[in-house]
Unconditional design. Structure first.
Length: 134
């Protein structure tokens, strides 16, 4: 019974949004997905408290080469996402690592989005990689 609850929660927190919009204004980044609240975060590496209807915790963002790193920490664990735009600016890759005391090990997966023409948003492909499984 407990395993079913864990699987359901995992599906909820790893759900793939159909569209993802990122606005980078240099010192801050705005992230928006159709089914989630918009997030505005400073990219100076300072940890900021955040809260939402279902959870609260902290968020921290910074840059690494051509990538944006965002770490969200909550009561049950942490999620780190590395956003990398391809050299031709047509693909956005998200490398995600989730850790929790409720999980036997860190879960890692990758999502790839393709930039859609203006007015036509779509996700091209996503794959999930979990260490130790096939």
């Amino acid at each position: 019974l407990q395993r079913g609850k864990v699987k359901a929660k995992l599906r909820e927190v790893t759900a793939l949004p159909e569209t993802l919009t990122i606005v980078d204004s240099g010192k801050q980044v705005t992230l928006a997905a159709a089914d989630k609240p918009r997030i505005v975060v400073s990219t100076d590496g300072v940890t900021t408290k955040m809260s939402g209807p279902n959870a609260s915790g902290t968020i921290q963002a910074g840059r690494q080469d051509r990538s944006l790193l965002i770490k969200v920490t909550g009561r049950d664990g942490a999620r780190t996402t590395k956003y990398t735009l391809s050299d031709d600016n047509k693909q956005l890759t998200l490398d995600v690592a989730m850790a929790s005391s409720k999980l036997p090990r860190t879960i890692q997966y990758t999502m790839t989005y393709v930039r859609a023409p203006a007015g036509n948003q779509q996700r091209s492909a996503a794959s999930t990689k979990v260490p130790g499984t096939r």
